[in-house]
Design a protein around this ligand. Structure first.
Ligand code: HEC
Length: 140
C-alpha cells in the first residue's frame, strides 16, 4: 500500500513538472525579450512610448489592440509597410502615418514583435524569423 502511494505521488510529481515545463515554453525566452526591448527602444519607443501607451490622438497604444495581439501576418505587415489610413482605437482617432520599417532585419522585427506581444499587459504567441521571412517574400 505504501509503495503504491509512493509510486502514485512520483507519477503525480512528474505530471506537474511536465505541465509547468510546457507552460514555460510558451513564454518567450528572456534572451529574445531583452533583444526585442533594445529594438523597441531604438525603433518604436519615440512614438509608442516606453509603456506602449502611445500619445493621445497622435500615436496609438500597443496595448491589446487587434493589430498587436491579432494575426501575426497582419502585425508584421503593419511594421514593414507602415500605415497611412486613419485608425480608430477605443474612442480616439489617429491620423498621423506610421512609417514603413522595411529596412529592419527579419531578426529585429521578430524580436521586437515578440517583445511587444508579451509586454504592456499583452500575451500572445512569439513571432519567428520565418514568420517575418514569409511576409517579406509576399510583399516583394
Ligand atoms: C514616427 C512614429 C512611429 C514609429 C517610429 C512607430 N510607429 Fe507604430 N504607429 C504610429 C502611428 C502614427 C500609427 C497609427 C497610423 C495610422 O493611424 O494610420 C501607428 C500604428 C501602429 C500599429 C497599429 C495600431 C495599434 O496601435 O495597434 C502597430 C501595431 C504599431 N504601430 C507598431 C509599431 C512598432 C512595433 C514600431 C517599431 C518597430 C512602431 N510602430 C514604430 C507611429 C509610429
Amino acid at each position: 500500500m505504501i509503495n503504491r502511494i509512493c509510486f502514485l505521488s512520483i507519477l503525480l510529481g512528474l505530471f506537474f513538472v511536465s505541465i509547468s515545463a510546457g507552460l514555460q515554453q510558451k513564454k518567450p525566452s528572456p534572451v529574445v525579450m531583452e533583444r526585442g526591448k533594445k529594438v523597441y527602444e531604438k525603433e518604436c519607443l519615440g512614438c509608442h512610448q516606453a509603456d506602449g501607451a502611445g500619445t493621445p490622438r497622435m500615436n496609438p497604444p500597443l496595448i491589446k489592440t487587434k493589430w498587436v495581439i491579432g494575426p501575426k501576418e497582419q502585425l508584421i505587415k503593419v511594421v514593414m509597410k507602415g500605415i497611412t489610413d486613419p485608425l480608430t482605437i477605443g474612442d480616439d482617432e489617429y491620423y498621423n502615418p506610421m512609417p514603413a520599417h522595411t529596412y529592419m532585419t527579419d531578426q529585429d522585427i521578430s524580436d521586437v514583435l515578440t517583445y511587444v506581444r508579451n509586454s504592456f499587459g499583452n500575451k500572445a504567441s512569439a513571432v519567428t524569423v520565418n514568420d517575418v521571412k514569409a511576409v517579406r517574400a509576399k510583399l516583394k
